[in-house]
Design a protein around this ligand. Sequence first.
Ligand code: HEC
Length: 121
Amino acid sequence: MMGLTLFASLSLSAAFAGQGKKKPPVKAPPKDTKAMIAAGMKVYNAKGCGSCHKIGDTGGETGPALDSTGVDPKHTAKWFAEQIKNPKSHKPDSNMPKYDDKIKGKDLDNLVAYMVSLKKK
Ligand code: HEC
């Protein structure tokens, strides 16, 4: 009787140990968001967004300050990408230039990551 109980608990713990080892398949490492934001900041500066937008103390005032543009729940990555590619898609009489043929691929992804990160309160 004792022997059976011991055997049962041993095989039970063996089963649990086995479960612990079963890890999900290794996924690709998450994108390095910090690096994307840093790269996006460079795109922002290189494309002259700051001539119309202020972040911190620097920039123009033709467009809204962007310090906390990432706070609005409407402002998803997709929304920012659309705003940058074609501002008229959000505001038909927008004064902001469209950048659809000037900023694309990685540059656009990085710039969008930077916009999403702007959450000063
Ligand atoms: C010629 C001026 C001008 C330039 C250059 C400009 N923008 Fe804008 N931007 C605006 C104006 C004006 C708005 C206000 C909404 C509109 O008219 O589309 C705006 C709106 C935005 C918004 C939405 C802000 C919010 O919180 O509602 C984002 C984000 C933005 N611009 C990002 C950029 C980025 C990134 C660049 C550079 C690639 C850029 N803008 C270049 C004028 C400009």
